[in-house]
Write a protein that binds this ligand. Sequence first.
Ligand code: NAD
Length: 493
Amino acid sequence: MQLVDVPKSPFVCRNLVGGQWQEPKDVAWQDIVSPYNGQVVGRVPLCGPKEVAEIVAKAEPAARAWRLVPLKERTQLLFRFRELVMANLERLSQVAALEAGKTVAEARAGVLKGVEILEFALSLQNMDAGDAMDVSRGVKCTTVREPLGVVAGISPFNFPAMVPMWLFPSAVTLGNAFLLKPSEKVPMAACVLGELMIEAGYPAGVFSIVHGAKDAVEAVVDNEGIKAVGFVGSTKVAKLVYGRAAALGKRSLCLGGAKNHLILVPDADPAVAVDGVVSSFVGCAGQRCMAASVMVAVGDCESLIEKITARAKAIELGKDMGALIDSAATARLTEALAIAEKEGATIRLDGRKVPAPAGYEGGNWLAPTIIDNAKGSFDCATRELFGPVLSIVRVKSLAEAIEFENANNYGNATSVFTSSGAVAEHVATNATSGMVGINIGVPVPREPFSFGGNKDSRFGVGDMTGAGGVELWTYLKKVTTKWELHSDHNWMS
Ligand code: NAD
């Protein structure tokens, strides 16, 4: 069975510089390897300060002209871009699946979630009018949101099209020029988005792409012409980028990793809970910053856990669940399972024993895995594993479950499965995560309810999407105006 389309010739990723595709000279190149079978499907250049400077030099004049185009006119191009994304949905989904190892259905869902975020940017033209008030006789204050100039976004491997679309539609619609640095592991979907931005008619330099890894990220943060950085990735790198930007006095918002808790209560409706738990920890092979990672079973949840295990066991590799991003991820998870066993946990469902789909033996596969009887202090119960592995920690009370959740450094998502309104309310009130789900395994808010975590899952203020994105990509200008002298009144006159 063919799981994903593989193009006949490898995809060569180029930078998008001043509206032109450019192959950088004198830089190292890296193979793009499909997680499905280990096949080289493309090549990506690893750029640095020189390539970033060249792009910014072209983007700066573009930003100066673009900010003067009225918001409603800027938005028309985003409508066109949205149409092009929808017309190219299958192509984008196949490319994202091929490079990230997702099933094509998951990749398609990711693109469509990106379109939802984009639609928030389409609505800005009706919302971003600013305020006005006569603050004194003859004196009026108005506010307007001004773009920053050239801004940048840095994205992770796990959503090749969606995370870039969290970032650039709002930034560009608000009048900035935008430089995207996609993950070097999944740069091909970003190139397709670049093609569609050109086809949509954006002026040269308003949307640019630079490829690369650590050096490219550092060059983006350090470049004086780049006025703000939005980052999405691991906590380790989010912290580095946030610190580096702050040291330069640069605005940034950096979303990091996660260790998401699912609190399971015996009164949960099995029809809702079993599907909610399993789809949360196996979806995108657990490589989602919103994936369930540790399930805190309060009291006797044995019959629910049996059903969850049976459902997870029935997941078919390749058909229902994709691959891990690379062999390093497989090795990391294999090691984590060995540590769990050494610490005294039991492997209730062992995905290591499930063979790869036929014809895809060269890929990175791990079937759903459930670790049972983990203690709250175990490595598997506290560290982000980022794979289709669910660790079960058993506790006696809801208070103990909340205490465990609160103690974790991460704070992206927490969900509870229960039939009790009081239990749900208690968890929603006391969880420390930025996003809470009641009977929902992946509590990603739908726009305009914005996306963003808490604690070590987010560095900076505000959320990445929705109103938070507007804060990130603009500054608020206050204009105070007087046209005539009112001699009977002297405050501010
Ligand atoms: P990553 O941090 O390794 O990479 C993210 C970006 O940083 C990439 O563009 C990469 O090129 C760059 N990078 C990598 N190492 C760097 C370094 N040392 N210095 C500077 N830049 C560097 O993350 P990843 O493995 O691509 O993605 C998975 C991680 O992202 C997980 O931890 C996941 O939880 C997190 N994530 C978080 C969210 C969120 O919204 N909070 C969303 C998606 C993914």
